[in-house]
Design a protein around this ligand. Structure first.
Ligand code: SF4
Ligand code: SF4
Length: 188
C-alpha cells in the first residue's frame, strides 16, 4: 500500500471510529434513562415502596411500651438505654428515659423481635445522616410517662387501640406457619 492510500485509509478509519463511538452516545438520547434523580424527582418516595418489615431506623410507640426492658437486654451492642422505675406513690411503672443510639445500631432486629407489643419497631426510614453523633441518639421520652399495662381482652382505649393493632400486625410478621406467634410474643 502506497503512503498516500495508507494516509487516506487512516482518515477513513478515524472518521468511521468516531462515528461508531458517537452513535452509541447519541443512541442514549432516544432511550429511557436508567438513572434516577434521587430523592427529589422520584414519582413515589422510596420509603413508601419498601416492605412493612424493612429494617430501617427504629421507632418506639411509647403508648404501648410495657417497660419490660426485653429490647434493651436483647441488643447485643447496648444501643438502647431505658430507665423504668416504680412510682413510690402510685406504684405504677414510669418510663423516664428511652434512648436508642442510631449511630451504633446495626439493624439486626433482635430488639423488635422480643418486644411483646410491637412498641419498638423498625420503620422504612433509612436516611439518618446528621451533623454529630450526639444528634443520632433518639430520645423518645421527654417527660416521664406511665408504662403500658395490657388489659385482659381487647384494648378499648380509642387512643391506644390503633397503636396496639399496628404493633400486633408488626409482630404477626413473625408468625409461624398456621398463624401462631412464637411462644413469649403475646402482649404482656
Ligand atoms: S436493631 Fe439490633 S443493634 Fe439496633 S438497637 Fe435493635 S438489637 Fe440493637
Ligand atoms: S415493651 Fe417493647 S419497647 Fe418497651 S421495654 Fe419492652 S421490649 Fe422494649
Amino acid at each position: 500500500m502506497s503512503a498516500v492510500s495508507q494516509y487516506v485509509h487512516n482518515i477513513k478509519d478515524t472518521v468511521s471510529t468516531i462515528f461508531e463511538g458517537m452513535a452509541v452516545t447519541a443512541s442514549h438520547f432516544m432511550r429511557k434513562p436508567y438513572t434516577v434523580q434521587y430523592p427529589d424527582r422520584m414519582p413515589v418516595r422510596v420509603q413508601d415502596t419498601l416492605p412493612f418489615r424493612y429494617r430501617g431506623i427504629l421507632d418506639v410507640d411509647l403508648e404501648i411500651c410495657t417497660g419490660c426492658l426485653a429490647c434493651e437486654r436483647a441488643c447485643p451492642i447496648d444501643c438502647i438505654v431505658i430507665v423504668a422505675e416504680k412510682d413510690q406513690q402510685t406504684r405504677q411503672l414510669l418510663l423516664s428515659q428511652f434512648d436508642i443510639d442510631i449511630a451504633k445500631c446495626m439493624y439486626c432486629g433482635l430488639c423488635s423481635e422480643v418486644c411483646p407489643t410491637g412498641s419498638i419497631h423498625h420503620t422504612t426510614e433509612f436516611e439518618g445522616a446528621d451533623y454529630s453523633l450526639e444528634s443520632l441518639i433518639r430520645r423518645f421520652v421527654q417527660d416521664p410517662v406511665m408504662a403500658y399495662k395490657a388489659k385482659k381482652g381487647p384494648e378499648t382505649d380509642p387512643r391506644i387501640a390503633p397503636i396496639l393493632n399496628r404493633g400486633m400486625a408488626y409482630l404477626d410478621q413473625w408468625a409461624q406457619p398456621g398463624g401462631e406467634k412464637p411462644p413469649g410474643e403475646e402482649p404482656a
